[in-house]
Design a protein around this ligand. Structure first.
Ligand SMILES: *[C@@H]1O[C@H](CO)[C@@H](O)[C@H](O)[C@H]1NC(C)=O
Length: 405
């Protein structure tokens, strides 16, 4: 009798968890099947990634309910006036770069390169549903009545950024120095990016984001990778990194989102950069992205957004890290190169030639560039302007140090 009761109790305990296990497995499989489309060709990258060349019409983006009848655009109707990246000169010992997987092949025309998602990628997320999404807002919350310096750092996100606000913006660009900052804890990250923003922080914020990041949670390693992000509801339910949900429509067959960037800058040695331009096509309202001087990556359809279907109200450029203070002290996660702006070229990381796209679709220097950092002694930012570099800033820092305990 006792044995029977025990067995029954045991079943009560074991059966539901076994059920949860198998339903989790099914959910992971469903996500993998949805994200990893049958490739025309696959390329193994030296960093362990598999890049699948997927037919452009098979990309997950086109599954979005609002994009069911979307006719994919292969080219923008319009390009902002100005010379986006013509000013970058190799002679200053600062070079543009490519992607690591290019060492082992390229994707054929009519396909797009997609970083294959593994089971482990999904299992590292805080929940399966959370995979590919940001947990919370990840940058300062300026409110009209409050200066940026008033911002709380409760969330553990720390920044060193430059920004413009107070006008209507139709795009932004930057040339971003690329480094491999050390990230201390698995759930911390270090990134350098630009944000195109409209709406209210914490409520209905629309963002388009692009840059480079080191994120062990997202990719399982410490490589520096190209990324994009978008949301239309302040990170609550919409949006994701790269192609990890339907939204961004990729047209480039050359550059993979989420792929490792190579080579990287070294302290007092060769410097490398990426250039990113995002602009709104005035004809159909889609937001396009260009990488380097000749890779049109694709676009965020206007229908994804509310405020951004008109224009942006703020642009930010700079670095962000997560400080979990896991050992009771400030994290040692680095931002930028891990060195303070004061060290200058070849040592500190920079953004240069930062510009905005104005209402006449012209690239212009930002007016009244502001800067912001929560804890100057951990990560800092110094802006300036010069003839070759246009508007620029150095940013970053080592995190924990004697002045940032
Ligand atoms: C990433 O870097 C951290 C900190 O430097 C290190 O502890 C960890 O082993 C690295 N992880 C991988 C997968 O290389």
């Amino acid at each position: 009798m006792e044995k029977v009761v025990l067995l029954f109790l045991l079943m009560l305990v074991v059966v539901p968890s076994a059920f949860a296990d198998s339903s989790q497995k099914l959910e992971v499989q469903r996500q993998l099947k949805n994200l990893n489309r049958p490739p025309v060709r696959s390329i193994k990258s030296p960093d362990g990634d598999i890049i699948d060349c997927v037919h452009v019409l098979q990309q997950p983006a086109l599954d979005h309910p609002d994009l069911k009848n979307h006719k994919i655009q292969m080219k923008p109707n319009f390009h902002p006036e100005g010379h986006p990246f013509g000013e970058s000169k190799v002679s200053e010992n600062s070079k543009p770069i490519t992607q690591l997987w290019h060492q082992n092949g390229r994707c054929p025309k009519g396909t797009i390169p997609v970083r294959r998602t593994s089971k482990n990628d999904i299992l590292r997320a805080s929940s399966i549903q959370q995979f590919g999404k940001k947990k919370e807002r990840s940058f300062p919350q300026p409110k009209p009545e409050k200066p940026l310096s008033d911002l709380s750092i409760q969330s553990g996100h720390e920044h060193a950024i430059a920004y413009v606000e107070g006008d209507k913006y139709y795009g932004a660009k930057a040339t971003i120095n690329v480094w491999n900052p050390k990230v201390q804890q698995p759930y911390e990250f270090s990134l350098s990016q630009m944000w195109i923003l409209a709406g209210s922080f914490g409520k209905d914020l629309n963002t388009i984001e692009a840059g480079w990041q080191v994120s062990r949670q997202l990719y399982g390693d410490n490589h520096t990778r190209l990324f994009t992000y978008w949301t239309s509801d302040a990170y609550k339910t919409t949006g994701c990194y790269n192609l990890l949900c339907s939204g961004f429509i990729q047209t480039s067959s050359d550059i993979a989102l989420g792929a490792s960037i190579s080579p990287l800058s070294k302290y007092s040695s060769s410097q490398y950069y990426i250039s990113i331009l995002v602009w709104k096509d005035p004809k159909d309202g889609n937001w396009w992205m260009k990488y380097g001087s000749d890779h049109v990556m694709g676009y965020w359809p206007a229908s994804l957004f509310s405020y951004l279907s008109d224009s942006a109200s703020m642009i930010q450029w700079g670095g962000e890290v997560v400080n979990t203070e896991s050992d009771g002290q400030h994290t040692t996660t680095q931002m930028g190169s891990g060195h303070f702006p004061e060290e200058g070229f070849g040592k500190a990381s920079y953004f240069k030639n930062i510009q905005i796209v104005d209402g006449d679709n012209k690239l212009r220097d930002p007016q009244a560039l502001g800067t912001h950092s929560e804890q100057d002694s951990c990560y800092n930012v110094r802006a300036g302007s010069a003839r070759d570099w246009g508007n620029y800033f150095y940013y970053g820092g080592p995190g924990r140090n004697p002045n940032c305990p």
